[in-house]
Design a protein around this ligand. Structure first.
Ligand code: 5GP
Length: 191
C-alpha cells in the first residue's frame, strides 16, 4: 500500500454483528471510501437490490467466476457461496479510493494471504446474547438459519485475535468513529 493506491479495508465479524450498518455509516461519513459489492448465490432478502447489496448469481455462474480467476476470495457460508470480484476493487484503488469489503472470517483469512497489505478489522458484539437478539430483530432468517448462524458465530469469534484490530459494536456511532480513526491512521502512514 505504499504505491499511493487506495487501501483495502476488510470488515469482518459474525453475521448479525452490524457490519452492514457500520459500513453504511462509514460510507456516509467518508467520501474517500467505496464499497465492494460481492457476488452471492444466496437468494435476495426483501428490499435487497441486485448490484447494490450483492450481485445475485446462480451456482453455475459463481463457479464460472472462480474458474476465470475473477474473485479475490470466496467462501461458503451457511451453504451459499459469497465472493469478492477483483476488477472493481482494483479500479477503485487505482483511482485513489479506499475500498471496503464486508466478508466472513474465512474470506478475511484468504485476503490476508492474497493481499497481505489489507487492513483487517473484526467487529465483535458486546456478547453472544446480543448477537442473537440483533439477528432475531432483523427477522430475515428462519429458525433453522438462526441456529446455524449462531453456531457459526461462536466459531467465528475465536478468530478475532487473527485480525489487525477488534472493534466492539456496542454503540453504532462510537464503533464507527473507532473504525474511521483506524482507517485514517493507516491512510496517513501510507500517503
Ligand atoms: P448475509 O447472508 O448475512 O448477507 O452474509 C452472510 C455472511 O457472508 C456475512 O458474514 C457476510 O459478511 C459474508 N459475506 C458477504 N459477502 C462476502 C464475500 O464477498 N466474501 C466472503 N468471504 N464473505 C462474504
Amino acid at each position: 500500500m505504499t504505491d499511493g493506491r487506495g487501501l483495502l479495508v476488510v470488515i469482518s465479524g459474525p453475521s448479525g454483528v452490524g457490519k452492514d450498518t457500520v459500513i453504511k455509516r462509514l460510507l456516509e461519513l467518508d467520501p474517500n471510501l467505496k464499497y465492494s459489492v460481492s457476488y452471492t448465490t444466496r437468494p435476495p432478502r426483501a428490499g435487497e437490490v441486485d448490484g447494490v447489496d450483492y450481485r445475485f448469481v446462480n451456482r453455475e455462474e459463481f463457479e464460472g467466476l472462480i474458474r476465470e480467476g475473477a474473485l479475490l476470495e470466496y467462501a461458503t457460508y451457511d451453504s451459499h457461496l459469497y465472493g469478492t470480484p477483483i476488477a472493481p476493487l482494483n479500479e477503485a484503488r487505482a483511482a485513489g479510493f479506499d475500498i471496503v469489503l464486508k466478508i466472513d472470517v474465512q474470506g478475511a483469512e484468504q485476503v490476508r494471504k492474497r493481499a497481505p497489505d489489507a487492513l483487517r478489522i473484526f467487529l465483535a458484539p458486546p456478547n453472544m446474547d446480543e448477537l442473537l437478539r440483533r439477528r432475531t430483530e432483523r427477522h430475515s432468517e428462519n429458525p433453522r438459519d438462526q441456529t446455524a448462524r449462531q453456531l457459526i458465530a461462536q466459531d467465528e469469534m475465536e478468530l478475532a485475535p487473527h485480525f489487525d484490530h477488534v472493534v466492539v459494536n456496542d454503540d453504532l456511532e462510537r464503533a464507527v468513529q473507532e473504525v474511521l480513526a483506524i482507517i485514517r491512521r493507516v491512510r496517513e502512514r501510507h500517503t
